[in-house]
Design a protein around this ligand. Sequence first.
Ligand code: HEM
Length: 123
Amino acid sequence: NTLYERLGGEAAINLAVDKFYQKVLADERINHFFANLDMKQQIKHQKAFMTYAFGGGNNWNGRSMRQAHQKLVEEKGLTDIHFDAVAEDLVATLVELKIPQELIDEVVQIVGSVSHRNDVLNR
Ligand code: HEM
């Protein structure tokens, strides 16, 4: 079965989305990127992020990761430091949810892959 299922399916996603975003919005290293963002965009970001994180990246039909973050890179200086902070908040969320370490490792491999990072950071 898929990583999504092994992580606990929809119930786990919903919990993770809430916890993760609370962390991101409380994280002074990165919360300025989300200031003045409309709520619809934020919800889109949360869900899409978790879909990626949980290994279901194929059904995303919004902008590409590259396009979605282009302005943040060009105008707001989005870089590795911020990417790492987001990844750290994600791992902390999964630890709090008592997701087994080997599943967290799988999540990190997907979200933190060099190709994914390079897309988000427009390299
Ligand atoms: C937009 C996913 C990393 C901040 C988005 C969107 C998605 C997404 C799907 C919306 C695209 C759309 O509306 O069409 C992800 C994933 C990431 C990641 C999977 C890494 C694994 C980051 C990081 C930051 C960030 C590191 C900042 C610290 C934002 C913001 C927007 C956005 C502020 C809205 C941009 C706008 O509307 O102009 N992201 N993101 N994201 N992301 Fe991310």
